[in-house]
Design a protein around this ligand. Structure first.
Ligand code: C2E
Ligand code: CA
Ligand code: CA
Ligand code: CA
Length: 279
């Protein structure tokens, strides 16, 4: 509520009404999208920095809206998260990713892992473990082929529960990585408590490379920290040959970004995998 200045409270302004109406429409449309198969996944390769071979991929959701075209996740994931729609949406994404990659493995293509993003709300669902195991069982995809990316903020929230959930997922065979690493506040001693697979260096540090900011020193300290903890490390948002060279020089294991490939629709990703198999 906003104070109007006369000692009364004004609850709505015309602006807020429009905003609320837009939000409500979008929420209804998103609900429909989840039911109506309007969501699709693109896959972005994670590449070995030395060999340039594809070693994994990240599944990224897109909303193919009937009139507005393709809507990027940044425009609807936050709303999905607020409304709880993220739960059915996330299940759909996980099921789709597992089924798709299982199909590629079954074709005899290189068995690269698939990473799926988990939002805070999904991570806190009490039946997350059951859901993940059910999806693996239903799709027949092996747990060892699945990686879940969570952000530092998830890990910082309710530490004990998070550690327990990460351990249970690990027991299933699923790997857990920390996304957007470096943007949160997690400390080394804290992170050691989690059975993690890898750290993903946030794009903002890669973008700062070559500028006068601290990108380079932050990246090298994250890489040495990851090594000290025997964790894998992936740099995200790699867009230029210079960034690639720097990261190789720092012995960053894996890279992901437009310099290597944009996120691709399944048919294009399949073509990449087939090409890799031939070489
Ligand atoms: P993220 O998990 O950090 O994903 C990486 C984002 O960076 C993706 O944006 C990707 O397209 C983009 N990207 C990759 N390489 C480059 C590059 O070289 N330069 C630049 N400028 N960008 C690059 P996208 O697909 O728009 O996704 C945005 C965010 O939405 C994701 O960030 C993730 O937090 C969220 N998201 C996407 N799909 C899902 C999903 O299925 N579930 C959940 N919960 N969140 C998702
Ligand atoms: Ca991610
Ligand atoms: Ca990220
Ligand atoms: Ca992000």
């Amino acid at each position: 509520a906003k104070e109007s200045g006369k000692g009364t409270y004004k609850f709505f302004t015309p602006d807020m009404n429009i905003q609320n109406a837009k939000r409500l429409v979008m929420e209804a449309e998103l609900r429909r999208a989840v039911d109506n198969q309007e969501l699709m996944l693109h896959y972005q390769p994670k590449v070995d920095a030395e060999s340039r071979q594809i070693v994994g991929m990240e599944a990224l959701v897109r909303w193919v809206h009937p009139t507005r075209g393709v809507i990027p996740p940044g425009e609807f994931i936050p709303l999905a998260e607020e409304t709880g729609l993220i739960v059915p949406l996330g299940e759909l994404v996980l099921t789709r990713a597992c089924a798709q990659v299982k199909q590629w493995w079954d074709m005899g293509l290189p068995q690269v892992q698939v990473a799926v993003n988990l939002s805070p709300r999904q991570f806190q669902e009490p039946n997350l473990i059951e859901k993940v195991s059910e999806i693996l069982r239903k799709t027949g995809f092996p747990a060892t082929g699945l990686e879940l990316e969570i952000t530092e903020s998830i890990a910082m929230h309710d530490v004990d529960n998070t550690i327990e959930t990460v351990k249970k997922l690990k027991d299933l065979g699923v790997r857990i990585s920390i996304d957007d690493f470096g943007t949160g506040y997690s400390s080394l001693s804290y992170l050691k408590k989690f059975p993690l697979h890898a750290l993903k260096i946030d794009q903002s540090f890669v973008r700062d490379l070559g500028g006068d900011d601290d990108g380079a020193s932050i990246i090298s300290s994250i890489i040495s920290m990851a090594k000290a903890m025997a964790l894998g490390v992936v740099a995200e948002g790699v867009e230029t040959a210079q960034q690639m060279e720097f990261l190789r020089g720092q012995e960053c294991q894996q890279v992901q970004g437009f310099f290597l490939s944009k996120p691709l629709p399944p048919s294009d990703f399949l073509a990449l995998l087939e090409r890799q198999q031939e070489t």
